[in-house]
Design a binder for this molecule. Sequence first.
Ligand code: PMP
Length: 363
Amino acid sequence: MSHRVMNFFPGPATLPLAALERAREELLDFDGTGMSIMEHSHRGAAYEGVHREALSLLRELIGIGDDHHVLLLQGGARQQFAMLPYNLLPDGATADYVLTGNWSLQARSEAEKLGANARVAASTEAEGFVRVPTQDELDLDPSAAYLHITSNNTLYGTQWATYPDTGDVPLLADMTSDLLSRPLDVSRFAAFYAGAQKNVGPSGVTVVVIRKDLVEKARTDRPAVWRYQSFVDKDSLWNTPPTFAIYMLRNTLAALKEWGGAEGLEKRNREKAELLYGFLDEHGEFFRSPVEKASRSTMNAVFRLPSEDLEKRFVAEAAEKDMVGLKGHRKVGGIRVSMYNAVERAWIERLLEFMSDFKGKHG
Ligand code: PMP
């Protein structure tokens, strides 16, 4: 048995063991074909089977119906910061952005570079991004081409508990750090997207879900590689896709289905988060969570210790006990526990024992 650590990295992140074991099993000889899936043509039956299965598992597990396309692209979530406005905004159009962390700041800035009037519909920057805004704080422009939010703020540990009501304005969301972590009412969204590398697979593939009418109305004056339509027309097999990443996406989704799909994952994720936040609340004088309770993320929990020196020791001592990836993002500092789909409840229990001991020693 290989040595496996308790991986709390923010992404790329831990994957279900079953997904990795299946890859090991199939690596040299995929399905009796005498070669690995990454040596197969993307135009052949073996790969096409995997590709279609990944797409249909996404539809099934997220609950995506006929109104939306599901695309598998490259370029990460950041590419979508640019690709969405590049396709969806006519010249001189206005788009609304809700600023809840560095990722939404970057999404807005990319739209501005394309000449869009990217309005700020709300921002919690002045408070250090410790919460997401409430509905009544949103200053919505009814003529905006869309409103963009970040559903989970990976660095700041905040998450939208309920999504904003935007009326007739299409709602777009960066779901990179919470896709498929809970059930979703897909009909609320004109589009959402996620780099796969946190909750649904490895890096290298980006899941984009976009309403069909948005693609139909999108700009036609963009180069083919930047148009959603190119990928829609060929079921994301327009050019060579990242075949091995999509294969791992397939393996991961199959494992997540075994865990009960969106409902099962929500239960699992909520239990882990409740354990951790319960502990933080109980020991708030030592482990200080800056995040407003109503905005707490079930995916990334951030907290501070009494000093930066203790935070360094915390990360180092945890690593000695096989708990890795706990250092907060350099912009924010402190500790961050990422608890995506594949993080086990038992790891959180082990982490809390460690935190208790650490406080006993240093508190
Ligand atoms: N958005 C969010 C919410 C993220 O957490 C990240 C990565 N941490 C990104 C965007 C950037 O994703 P990528 O590296 O896939 O471009």
